[in-house]
Design a protein around this ligand. Sequence first.
Ligand SMILES: Cc1cc2nc3c(=O)[nH]c(=O)nc-3n(C[C@H](O)[C@H](O)[C@H](O)COP(=O)(O)O)c2cc1C
Length: 371
Amino acid sequence: MPFRIGSLELGSNLFLSPLAGYTNLPFRLIIREIGGVGLCTTDLVNARSLLEKNRKALKLIESSPVDRPLSVQLFGAVPEEMRDAALFLEAQGVASVDINMGCPVRKVCKVGGGSAMMTEHDKTSRLVKMMVDALKIPVTCKMRLGWDDANITAPNLARVLEDVGVAAISVHGRTREQGFSGRVNLEGIHSVVKAVKHIPVIGNGDITTPEAAKMMFDQTGCSAISVGRGAFYNPWIFRHIARFLATGETPPEPDFEERVGVMSRHLGMMVEVFGEELGCRMFRKVAPWYSKRFGPAAEFNRRVVILHTRAEFDDIVNSYRTWRQQFLDDTQKLRPQYAPRDMQPSFMSAEEPEAVRRTSIPVPKGPNELW
Ligand SMILES: Cc1cc2nc3c(=O)[nH]c(=O)nc-3n(C[C@H](O)[C@H](O)[C@H](O)COP(=O)(O)O)c2cc1C
């Protein structure tokens, strides 16, 4: 469904959420190629590092002509730095700038960025206003529901931000204190939807199936959704959600060879963007997400987590293909008892979306565990 964020016209209201360490250029390109996504966002980028033209910060905003429309997420607490970094991004052709107000990581909060921004509304609105006034492209904000259950500040903050000209608000329906525990609080997101006057609210959290996406829209009244871990787990998710919302049908899961094809292309792009050595090293944590839906995959995972070269990857896939034969029936389909649990029909049923959401998406390991 076409959708607007301020002056920005988008092809769909299904967005990719920022996942630091994961939502890099190759991953965004894969998601875009598969289709259904309306806007992709980068990992969060430190505004000051960007102004200093720090090599790592510039790598985080690396893009390409097909990586459009692109939103870059900034974090920082110094208004002039945030404004100038956003102006730099605007000049680079970025479609919108997102401000991180949800990051619970100590290093970010200590300097007044991330979720600390949710606790000081006056200061935050001054910073945001300075950005909005300087930019032509839309400014959006991404927040959690609040610091903790006693401080659900998102509705008030959203209203304040709308008044200073923010074009959309994304809300992850958990508090900072909650981390990733418990379930996403749809009622909390609904209270943000009620609090704003006109701007779109983007509902976020635990969307891992088309049914969960529909539930997010229906129960919160949000006008767009964003998917983080669910997209990493299943890059087909946007296409599937779009189809489900339009027709009520859940499209068939891609088969093994299609998954392998996309995974292999993903690695190819990683190598192009990061070079063979680093690209392969980074892919060690990506490939096991694809293999979660291969059926028995121990033999594949054992080797791919120590991947060094592209040629080695092709060899791993070929020998795994042979090893996997033992689990297939005469028609080359995985025998039902070996199908991944969340792909078995009863597990995917509409009556059980909570079970799907609880069990299927772990928080990716790494320095970002606290998100
Ligand atoms: C590994 C990881 C990295 C994340 N990085 C960011 C980030 O850079 N900026 C941000 O606003 N949120 C970040 N998040 C939060 C996600 O964007 C999203 O709000 C959260 O994961 C809930 O959505 P999901 O259940 O669809 O994943 C991160 C989450 C994870 C698990």
